[in-house]
Design a protein around this ligand. Structure first.
Ligand SMILES: Cc1cc2nc3c(=O)[nH]c(=O)nc-3n(C[C@H](O)[C@H](O)[C@H](O)COP(=O)(O)OP(=O)(O)OC[C@H]3O[C@@H](n4cnc5c(N)ncnc54)[C@H](O)[C@@H]3O)c2cc1C
Length: 293
């Protein structure tokens, strides 16, 4: 009997992670699960915990570099109707973890609900954005999260107020937790001004970053205190440097592009090289923003 007995219907073996990440890199996940609802997800997580099976939750893979050798454990993808539900109640919105975040931003703006427009152009799922406290110059998701529904590290389904999520710069205190959804506190405001801001933020991102659709995972490094990582990388002369099929963007040095023949090892090599150069030139230790599996 296999360790995932009872979950055979939702399990595939050796699923290439390159098919599930924006980088389109990465070897196979040994087991790849697509639970249809929260109960099955909770039961699967309990089984993993009980048997010590390594697991990862996958959103849209916009912040993940999966290694070429793959992931020797269970990757659990939250998708399908039960994980993509969005409910509106006045100025409150509840979005399940698998809901597409850019679509949520647009839907809220169409309904005259403002607050998310500063996050224009951040790809991913609601769960992924909350987990990463994604954001940028114009705000972070923590600014509008009211509460998060999650399965905690002991397997309990709980709703925690934003103050208990441990939101920090591109981080949360949610290690070992699985986000099921988030409640956002938005406002009925000046819809036109919000739409204008949305387009401005979107345009600024297009001007300063590689085009969406290029194979990246967004910014590789977090900004250290004081100055942006991109500036440090640029000052270290890293723009345009290549290794194998990977290249540090000439437009924004904190992005590494994967070309047609790139491997995850190529990207990881450039990351190590960039870190070393910034250490040598600026005496700064860069911390990863992307998640390496
Ligand atoms: C072109 C581009 C532009 C980007 N711009 C920005 C930007 O401006 N600002 C920014 O902050 N980021 C940016 N990113 C990174 C990315 O959009 C965010 O990190 C986003 O939050 C990733 O969401 P995801 O669903 O793809 O998460 P994934 O990449 O699938 O997962 C990211 C991490 O979150 C965990 N996770 C995902 N879902 C859950 C869940 N339900 N419960 C628990 N853990 C979960 C995963 O295990 C993983 O550790 C960009 C990426 C790209 C490709």
């Amino acid at each position: 009997m296999s360790w995932f007995s009872g979950f055979e219907q939702i399990c595939r073996r050796d699923v290439p992670l390159r098919d599930h990440t924006w980088y389109r890199l990465g070897g196979p996940a040994r087991w790849f699960f697509t639970p249809p609802d929260e109960d099955e997800l909770a039961a699967l997580l309990a089984r993993c915990r009980e048997l010590g099976i390594a697991w990862r939750i996958l959103g849209q893979g916009a912040n993940v570099i999966a290694r070429d050798e793959g992931f020797d454990g269970a990757v659990i993808k939250l998708g399908g109707p039960a994980f993509e539900e969005v409910r509106f109640k006045g100025e409150q919105v509840y979005a399940a973890a698998g809901a597409d975040f850019p679509q949520l931003v647009k839907t809220c703006l169409e309904r005259g609900l403002v607050g998310l427009e500063g996050l224009a152009g951040v790809p991913g799922s609601v769960g992924g954005l909350v987990r990463m406290n994604a954001g940028g110059k114009y705000g972070q998701i923590a600014d509008v999260v009211d509460a998060v529904r999650l399965i905690d590290a002991h397997g309990r389904i709980v709703t925690r107020p934003a103050a208990e999520i441990g939101f920090g710069y591109r981080r949360t205190g949610l290690a070992g937790c699985t986000i099921l959804g988030a409640k956002f506190a938005l406002r009925r405001g000046d819809g036109e001004a919000a739409l204008k801001k949305y387009h401005e933020v979107w345009t600024l991102k297009q001007q300063s970053q590689p085009p969406v659709g290029q194979r990246t995972a967004g910014c590789i490094f977090k900004n250290p205190p004081g100055q942006p990582a991109g500036a440090l990388l640029e000052q270290a002369g890293l723009k345009g440097q290549r290794y194998g099929g990977a290249e540090i963007s000439t437009k924004h040095a904190n992005f590494i592009l994967a070309g047609a023949d790139a491997t995850a090892a190529d990207v990881l090599h450039l990351i190590d090289h960039a870190r070393e150069r910034v250490r040598a030139t600026a005496d700064v230790e860069l911390e990863l923003e992307v998640d390496v599996w």
